[in-house]
Ligand binder design. Structure first.
Ligand SMILES: [Zn+2]
Length: 302
């Protein structure tokens, strides 16, 4: 199965934007949003005034065909060029790296399992990247993931955690992952499509026609604080949604032993795994606190 990429280039030089879909094969909003934009460009609904754009609608075709997250392993880890390719994802990774080597900016479209709406991962140290994220048309942002959770990984090869955004930044580009909402949300492909338009406008590839996109009035930003593992059989006190607000001391989950898990401070639940059979010993949910919008160089923005 080959990897399809589609590019459009203006005759006038400018920035190169890369849009990725289905890095995880069970996340269909990216391919749908990208197909809609390729169709719109084919029909001249937008005119590239400068620069170029490359779409990879389905980055992991075998996983996509199976509606699985991956084929051999998570494509969004260990993403760097390899002389010796072992896994299927190693082979795809080499193709994607060549494309990302040429990117001034990357928008990587994903969806997730928990109930909830869209949010954008903030990272990188440049103000340009923060401004790029803010331009995409979503209102919720999460940052500080690496600071909060990578402390145990000191012995590992740092490239272990390198995904599409980290690789692009290592090559000098700006990058973000946009989670367009829960896998099955009816509006997730629309959110992805709107973000593509906004990303193209931010990179000066197009001028946004009026009424073509909407900007949220308010931006909410959350810094990752803690990871809660499911340490024993138990359940949530209610089916949590991503970014549900809780107050310090609120009971979040109860183990079968009667022990309660409570909110360590005022904050929000992040990506809760609601399934009652969620496996003991694995990540159950994350906890984050609302913060003002960070500036480049602030703690947790790295
Ligand atoms: Zn994903």
């Amino acid at each position: 199965m080959s990897i399809k990429s589609v590019s459009f280039s203006s005759l006038k030089p400018g920035k190169h934007l890369v849009i990725l879909g289905a890095i995880h094969g069970d996340e269909v909003c990216g391919p749908r949003a990208i197909a809609r934009m390729i169709d719109a460009l084919n029909k001249n609904m937008f005119e590239l005034r400068q620069g170029s754009i490359t779409f990879v609608p389905i980055c992991n075709p075998k996983a996509y065909a199976l509606n699985e997250r991956f084929f051999d392993r998570n494509l969004n880890r260990k993403l760097y060029p390899k002389d010796e390719t072992i896994d299927y994802e190693d082979k795809i990774g080499n193709i994607l790296c060549k494309i990302l080597d040429q990117a001034d900016a990357l928008l990587d479209l994903h969806s997730y399992q928990s109930p909830g709406g869209p949010f954008c991962f903030l990272g990188g140290s440049s103000q340009e990247e923060i401004d790029f994220c803010k331009s995409l048309g979503v209102s919720d942002f999460i940052y500080g993931w690496e600071d909060a959770f990578s402390k145990n990984d000191k012995l590992e090869d740092p490239r272990q955690s390198m995904g599409t955004t980290e690789y692009t930044r290592s090559k000098g580009g700006i990058a973000t992952t946009l989670e367009c909402g829960q896998h099955l949300n009816a509006d997730n492909a629309n959110i992805g499509y709107r973000a593509i338009i906004n990303a193209m406008a931010y990179m000066n590839l197009i001028e946004i026609p009026r009424n073509q996109t909407k900007k949220p009035q308010k931006h909410s930003c959350f810094k990752m604080d803690q990871l809660f593992l499911k340490e024993a059989p138990g359940k949530f006190v209610k089916p949590w949604k991503h970014l549900d607000k809780v107050q310090k001391g609120d009971t979040l989950a109860i183990y079968e032993s009667g022990q309660q898990l409570t909110a360590p401070k005022d904050g929000v639940i992040v990506l809760p795994k609601n399934h009652p059979e969620h496996v003991v010993g694995t990540e159950w949910f994350f906890f984050a606190v609302e913060t003002p919008f960070p500036q480049a160089g602030d703690a947790g923005i790295n």
